[in-house]
Ligand binder design. Structure first.
Ligand SMILES: *[C@@H]1O[C@H](CO)[C@@H](O)[C@H](O)[C@H]1NC(C)=O
Ligand SMILES: *[C@@H]1O[C@H](CO)[C@@H](O)[C@H](O)[C@H]1NC(C)=O
Length: 364
C-alpha cells in the first residue's frame, strides 16, 4: 500500500524540524514505488529520450505550467513511469554449414520483474543500436529477423529454439537505432513471466554472399557484433497515482497571500537528496523544493473569506461545539516533480510523481 500524501508530508515535516525523530526512509522509498533503497554499482548513461522528457518537465515546472504527469507527450502514450531495461542476453555462435549467410545471432533478454503487478503497460519499444555511421561503403543488404524464443538454451543444447519470425526487415545501411513495437509481447511476458525466454535476433546477408569468404562482409558483421546494443523502453501507468480519483482535492479555503506570522501559510523546505544519501541512485534532480504547510486556522481566518465549503462549516460548528476539531493547515495546490534514477537491475527509470511540491496552503 502506498502511503498517502499526509504520511509523506509528515515525514518531510519531521525532517524539516530536525527533531529527534528519524526521517522515514522506508516510507518514502515505498511511496516512490520501490522495495528498497537502490544501490547501483555504476551509473548507466541516461538515454536521450528520458533526458529530453526530464528537461522538458523541469522547465515546465519552473515556469509554473500545469502538466499531466500521467501522460508522456513525447511518446504520445499515457504513463507515469519510463524504464529503460538493458539487454542481458548473449551472442550465439552457430557452426552449422547451412547458416553460411548468417552475419550475427543474439539472444536478447529483458528482465521485466521491476514492473509492479498493478502497473499497466502502455508502451514497449525495443531499440537496436547498430552503432555509429560508417563512411565506407556499408556493403551488401542485410536482413534482420526477430522471433520469440520458445525454449531457452540449456541442458545439452547451446542454442535456443526460436519460434515464428515476427519482424523481418531489410537493413540497407546498418547503422543508428532501429525501433520495434513490442507491446503485445511485453504484455504477455508481464502477465506470464515464465513465458519470457527472450528474443532471438538474427542478422542475415541477403543473396548468396558468404561472410566466411567475403572480407568486406566479414568486417561489417564483426563491427555489428562489437557495436550492437539492445534495450527495451517500457512506459507504465500506476493506477494509484494516475487513477480517476487521484486528482481529487480536499476543499479548503486558501490562506492569505501575505501571511501573518502564526497563521496557516506555506513554508519553504528544500529536500536535498545529497543529505539523504540518495544521490547514489538518483541521477536527477539533486533535490526539490517540497515546502510544507503550517500555521493556525482560527475561526476568523476561515470566515474572513467567502466560501461555502466544508472548512467553513467545520469552523462554524467548532465555534458552537468545541469537541469538533478546528480546521487544519493543509496543502490545497500541489505540483508534480520528475525523478531520474537507477535501480539495482541497471534499469534507468524516469518517473513522474504527482503532488510532490506544495504550491499553496489553506485551511481545510
Ligand atoms: C530478474 O530480476 C529479479 C530481481 O532482481 C531477480 O530476482 C531474477 O532472478 C531475475 N531473473 C532473471 C531470469 O535473471
Ligand atoms: C462575500 O460575498 C458577499 C455576497 O455575495 C459580497 O457582498 C462580499 O463582497 C464578499 N466578500 C468578499 C471578501 O469577497
Amino acid at each position: 500500500m502506498i502511503p498517502s500524501l499526509p504520511v509523506l508530508a509528515l515525514g518531510l515535516l519531521i525532517l524539516a524540524w530536525g527533531q529527534t525523530f528519524q526521517f522515514q526512509d522506508s516510507v518514502f522509498i515505498q511511496f516512490l514505488g520501490l522495495d528498497k533503497v537502490p544501490s547501483p554499482q555504476k551509473f548507466q548513461p541516461v538515454p536521450y529520450i528520458m533526458r529530453k522528457i526530464f528537461q522538458y518537465r523541469e522547465a515546465a515546472a519552473a515556469a509554473g505550467e500545469s502538466q499531466d504527469s500521467c501522460y508522456v507527450k513525447d511518446l504520445g502514450v499515457r504513463g507515469n513511469v519510463l524504464r529503460l531495461l538493458p539487454d542481458q542476453g548473449v551472442f550465439l555462435y552457430s557452426k552449422q554449414p547451412s547458416q553460411a549467410s548468417c552475419c550475427l545471432e543474439k539472444l536478447l533478454y529483458f528482465n521485466l520483474s521491476t514492473t509492479k503487478d498493478k502497473e499497466q503497460l502502455t508502451m514497449a519499444q525495443l531499440g537496436l543500436d547498430l552503432g555509429p555511421s560508417t563512411y565506407y561503403n556499408p556493403g551488401p543488404d542485410l536482413e534482420l529477423a526477430l522471433s520469440l524464443v520458445r525454449e531457452p538454451p540449456g541442458w545439452g543444447r547451446s542454442f535456443p529454439k526460436p519460434g515464428k519470425v515476427f519482424v523481418l526487415q531489410t537493413v540497407p545501411w546498418p547503422q543508428g537505432v532501429l525501433h520495434f513495437n513490442l507491446l503485445h509481447v511485453a504484455k504477455d511476458w508481464n502477465d506470464n513471466p515464465q513465458k519470457n525466454s527472450g528474443l532471438f535476433l538474427e542478422i542475415r546477408v541477403k543473396g548468396d554472399r558468404d561472410p566466411g569468404v567475403d572480407s568486406q562482409l566479414k568486417d561489417t558483421c564483426a563491427r555489428l557484433r562489437r557495436s550492437l546494443h539492445a534495450s527495451l523502453l517500457l512506459v507504465t501507468l500506476s493506477p494509484e497515482q494516475c487513477g480517476p480519483s487521484s486528482r481529487k482535492r480536499r476543499a479548503a479555503i486558501p490562506a492569505p497571500q501575505a501571511p501573518c506570522k502564526n497563521l496557516c501559510h506555506r513554508h519553504q523546505l528544500f529536500i536535498s537528496f545529497q543529505d539523504l544519501g540518495w544521490h547514489k541512485w538518483i541521477i536527477a534532480p539533486r533535490g526539490f523544493m517540497a515546502n510544507y504547510c503550517h500555521g493556525e486556522c482560527p475561526f476568523s481566518l476561515t470566515t474572513s473569506l467567502n466560501s461555502s465549503n466544508y472548512a467553513f462549516m467545520q469552523a462554524l460548528m467548532q465555534a458552537v461545539d468545541p469537541e469538533i476539531p478546528q480546521a487544519v493547515c493543509i496543502p490545497i495546490k500541489l505540483s508534480p516533480i520528475s525523478m531520474l534514477y537507477q535501480d539495482n537491475n541497471d534499469n534507468v527509470i524516469l518517473r513522474h510523481y504527482e503532488d510532490m511540491v506544495v504550491d499553496e496552503c489553506g485551511c481545510g
